[in-house]
Structures are given as C-alpha cells and as structure tokens.
Design a protein around this ligand. Structure first.
Ligand code: EPZ
Length: 415
C-alpha cells in the first residue's frame, strides 16, 4: 500500500481532531485493573488501538467496538502473559506491564525491543516496579515479574518518562499505602489517564504536575470515559497548512495542549487564532524560518511534532535549527525529504534546515509514524506528484489520513 499525492494545492476547510492515540493506549491497558465494564468514547480507529485490543482479548477480556466507542469487559482475566508476536505489533505495549501486575500479581512480557526511533530501553519502568516490590527477571528478551505484595513508596524518575510514569501509576493502584512519583511526566495524556483511574475509584492526584500520588487499595467501579483529543494529530495538520498554504480549521481539539507548536508556527508568520476547542491557521504567504526548535518533555516542544515542523521548515524562508533532545535517532525522515530537494544537514541530535523555494515530488518510503507524516506534509507542499510507501507506519497514528486531507482540498489517494 502507498499514498499518491499531487502537491501544490492549499488546504482549505475544517478537520475534526480524533481521540488521542497516546491516551487511549494506556487507558486501554488500565481497563484490566477494575475487573468490570469500561466504556471508552472517542477512540481513534488506528492499528495501535487494534494491537492493544488484541492484547486485551488474549488476556481474557471481552472487547467490542461500536464506531468510536470501545467497550472492554475485564471481569474475567485468564492470563498474565503477552506473547512475542503481540508485543512486536506495538512498541508501547510495555504499558501493559503495570496493569497486568496490578490485576494478576504477576506478568510475563517479551521486551518490546528497539524501534525505528532507536533503542527503546525500559530500565526506568523495571527499576520503579522493583522498588514497589515486584521481583523481576529479565533474560533472553522475556520479562517475568512476581508481585504478590507490593508496597507504595516514593519513586524518583531520572527522566520524566511518559511510559514509566504511566506504568508506575497503574501498578501503584495495587500497592499497599501511597506511592509518590517525583519528576513524573507532565504530558496531557497522563492527566487523561488519571481521570480514567479516578472513575474506577482509584485515588490518584497531581497528574500534570511533576509529582503524582497514588493511594493503593483496589476499588473497582465500572467506568465510562471520553478520550482526550489527539494533540499531535492537530499539530500535524497545522504544520501541513503552514507548508502547503491555505486556511485550515481543526475543531474538537485542545489548543492549550499544543501551545509550543502554535507559537513556533506563529513565529514563522502563520496567522493562527484559537477559539475554545478550535484552532484556525491562515498561511497566505511563505513561512519564515523558525530560528531554533528544541524538543523537550511537556510542556516543551513535543518530539512527536519535530518531523512535521521540519517538513514545513523545508519550504520556509531562511534556516531553522532543530535539536532533538528526547530520542537519539529521530531524523530518519531527513534522507527521504532530501529526495524532494530539501536542504538538511544532520550532526548527532542537531539538524539544520535551509529552506528552499520549492520542493519537487519524489518516491519515498515512510520510516516511522511521525517521519511518515512529515513526508506527507512535504509532498502536499511540493510541485508535482509524490508517492509514499510503507504507510502502515502512518496508519499506526493517523486515521485514514488521505480522507482527512482530501476533505480540505488536497489530492491524496491510497493505492
Ligand atoms: C511516549 O513514548 C509516546 N508514546 C511517544 O510517542 C512520545 O514520543 C514519547 O512518549 C515522548 O513524549 C506513547 O505514549 C504510546 P518516554 P515513551 O518513556 O513512553 C528514554 C508517537 O509518535 N527512556 O517518555 O516510550 C527513551 O529511550 C510516539 O506517538 C529510557 O531511557 O517515551 C527516550 O529517549 C513515539 N528508559 C526518552 O526516555 C526508560 O525506561 C523518552 O521516552 C524509558 C524511556
């Protein structure tokens, strides 16, 4: 499967943001904990969501999908292992470790292994869980945990890891006493997970600040929860309009979740207005370069929008310097963008983008989820036709991206 894109057309119209991939995944894992019925609204239809549902069904849960609703009945859980083939489907399936331990008192997972962004260590996850009392053996790619009697305590994270913060929150619901996560990740998806956990009766406080407290002791109510909008999908469409030009509105999003992206695009001369849950971008003239972009943990500039902003910087007037401080190998999209005439120099975690007046269409292969999105953005801005292969990467995080873009005037087909 590949996407074929005729570039050079402005984006005009309205796109609705879908539910957030990086929120629905930990919440799906968390549905294991309450041993009841969990009705989730605004779930995006993504490959990663299907992978998470496959894991839940493997563990014994009954899962049904009705449009954007996913209902998980975790009353019966018959297994505590996630086999290799299911772990390989989705790198972030390590998020199941905490909830399986909380529910079953033990877990057997296969290490998710590296991914296209470089090695994806889980040392912070395992170190924290062992401090809570889990006995962890990690050999030959399999992680086996026993945690019959976990006790809450302070956990200081060396890095505000999103996944480690989520895994600790989920495991701590089954600990005796209080667990306090210090230097916790502050991403909005962590707050969404806290809201979900509170609906199951768990006592969780502080998400969004650098310190989260979880009072253990299982209380388990059935839940109903609406997944927050996808801030990275919203940022992606804003970068697309900035690159291709036009007048695009994204509705049902949370503008304050992408303040740093809006700020950078505004620095580049895009006219962006925010009203409630709507963001509108007017890009009538060529973007100016945005001098320096450093990715940081939330609320800093999101690493998940670095590639997309780089695609817009490729056709901006002037030079933009990127510093990717979160992942060690998150410039794999650069060589593909260069095939379209982009001028980019990479040295370690720094990339210097020299804007060109026009990109030309080319044949490309998606390297990873957000790198693939960057290629789509560059193709929309380029003169002529582009094709992008390996689009399963893109389908992991964007629901029918060709339909969304076509609905606002782009010429994108899947073939
Ligand atoms: C989450 O990944 C997101 N994924 C990523 O989005 C996002 O890029 C990342 O957070 C940072 O915001 C989901 O939420 C499903 P981390 P996660 O643990 O939890 C290092 C996308 O495109 N680290 O905050 O894996 C790690 O190597 C995806 O939607 C350790 O060293 O991110 C990385 O350099 C990509 N040891 C950095 O921390 C650990 O134990 C950030 O990782 C854990 C992480």
């Amino acid at each position: 499967m590949r996407l074929k894109i005729q570039g050079g057309r402005p984006l005009e119209g309205v796109i609705r943001a879908n539910g957030a991939k990086n929120s629905v995944l930990p919440i799906l894992a968390a549905t294991l904990i309450n041993g009841g019925i969990n009705i989730l609204h605004n779930c995006p239809d993504l490959r990663d969501v299907t992978s998470a549902i496959n894991i839940l069904e493997h563990l014994g849960c009954k899962v049904t999908r009705e449009g954007k609703d996913v209902i998980v009945d975790s009353t019966v859980v018959t297994r505590w292992d996630v086999p290799d083939e299911l772990m390989r489907e989705m790198r972030s399936s390590v998020i199941f470790l905490g909830p399986i331990i909380a529910r079953c008192g033990r877990a057997l997972l296969h290490t998710p292994g590296g991914c296209e962004l470089g090695p994806r260590p889980i040392d912070l996850h395992l170190d924290a869980l062992s401090k809570l009392g889990a006995v962890i053996e990690n050999e030959g790619g399999a992680i086996s945990c026993h945690a019959e009697d976990m006790r809450g305590r302070d956990i200081i994270l060396a890095f505000p890891s999103v996944g480690a913060t989520e895994n600790i929150m989920l495991a701590a619901t089954a600990c005796r006493g209080a667990t306090r996560i210090i230097n916790a990740a502050r991403e909005p998806e962590i707050e969404d997970l806290q809201q979900f956990l509170r609906k199951t009766g768990a006592a969780v406080y502080g998400a969004g600040s650098g310190e989260i407290t979880i009072m253990g002791g299982r209380t388990s109510f059935d839940t109903e929860h609406r997944v927050m909008p996808d801030r990275i999908e919203t940022a992606t469409y804003l970068c697309a309009a900035a690159a291709a030009g036009g007048d695009l509105t994204v509705k049902e999003c949370e503008p304050e979740h992408i303040g740093t992206v809006i700020e950078k695009l505004s620095d580049g001369g895009a006219d962006i207005s925010v009203s409630g849950r709507t963001v509108r971008i007017k890009a009538r003239q060529r973007l100016r370069a945005m001098p320096f972009v450093r990715t940081m943990p939330y609320p800093g500039f999101p690493t998940d929008s670095q590639a997309q902003l780089m695609a817009a910087a490729c056709v901006a007037d002037g030079a933009t310097v990127f510093h990717e401080s979160i992942f060690e190998n998150r410039y794999r999209h650069v060589s593909e963008l260069e095939r379209m005439g982009a001028k980019i120099k990479v040295s370690g975690r720094v990339a210097v983008v020299e804007g060109v007046s026009r990109l030309h269409g080319a044949g490309m292969m998606a390297t990873d989820l957000r790198g693939g999105a960057a290629m789509v953005i560059a193709a929309l801005a380029a003169e002529g036709e582009s094709t992008i292969g390996e689009i399963h990467h893109i389908d992991r995080g964007y629901e029918k991206i060709e339909d969304a873009l076509t609905s606002v005037g782009a010429m994108v087909t899947r073939e």
